[in-house]
Design a protein around this ligand. Structure first.
Ligand code: AMP
Length: 218
């Protein structure tokens, strides 16, 4: 199964990726997670990426395309993948197509998450992430311990710097300007399935699984 999760920040791509990863036993490739890891390790990539991430801006295409090319040229994605956070520009989408064509890979589906902007802003302001296992929680709906540890692994829960209100505004603006055109790009491919990302996690997951099943019948 080769899936691409598409949509603005805060629509539940990471949460659904965790469920899909279990369902299909394939890796979750999140470019945001890769970059955050590089920032934490203070690698050259991390130091460069941090300048953009802190401001809610996109890391330059050349850097991202090189990174994704490396991931797909490794054995990691041989049995399938859930790609999340890439492509975010039309240039990235075109580059991804080139990589896929070189490796004779075809996407099964592009899952397009739709959530109202007000809900996105509320969700992001209440989002906590685990430093260890990367699980995502929302203080509005998840019952969490006072001590701020992850219910799944006991790791430290924290609010991402770029989930703070000013940066969120910028990230949504960047999405509307640079990433929205990518939706049209995939719409033309016939692989784009739009799902309603509001509401219950399991219901959203069922919509995705049903949509994939429908596409597979075609
Ligand atoms: P995410 O975790 O997907 O919300 O990504 C966090 C941040 O990482 C973004 O706001 C960007 O600064 C950077 N980033 C992640 N993926 C990409 C990408 N495909 N292109 C450019 N920047 C990216």
């Amino acid at each position: 199964m080769r899936l691409l999760l598409f949509g603005p920040p805060g629509v539940g791509k990471g949460t659904q990726a965790t469920l899909l990863k279990e369902e299909y036993k394939i890796p979750h490739i999140s470019t945001g997670d890769i970059l955050r890891q590089a920032v934490a390790e203070e690698t050259e990539l991390g130091l460069e990426a941090k300048k953009y991430m802190d401001k809610g801006e996109l890391v330059p295409d050349e850097v991202m395309i090189g990174l994704v090319r490396e991931v797909f040229n490794s054995p990691l994605c041989e049995k399938g993948f859930i790609l999340d956070g890439f492509p975010r520009t039309v240039a990235q989408a075109e580059a991804l197509d080139r990589v896929f064509s070189e490796l004779s890979i075809e996407l099964d589906a592009v899952i397009d998450f739709q959530v109202e902007e007000n809900e996105i802003i509320t969700r992001l302001s209440k989002r906590l992430t685990c430093r260890s296992c990367k699980s995502i929680f929302n203080t509005l709906v998840d019952s969490l311990d006072q001590n701020g540890s992850c219910p799944n692994c006991g790791g430290e829960l924290y609010q991402r710097d770029d989930d703070k209100p000013d940066v969120v505004k910028q990230r949504l603006q960047v999405y509307n300007q640079s990433t929205m055109p990518v939706r049209e790009y995939y719409q033309k491919s016939g692989k784009l399935v739009t799902i309603n990302g509001s509401g219950d996690i399991d219901k959203v997951n069922k919509q995705i699984l049903d949509a994939i099943q429908e596409l597979n019948k075609q």
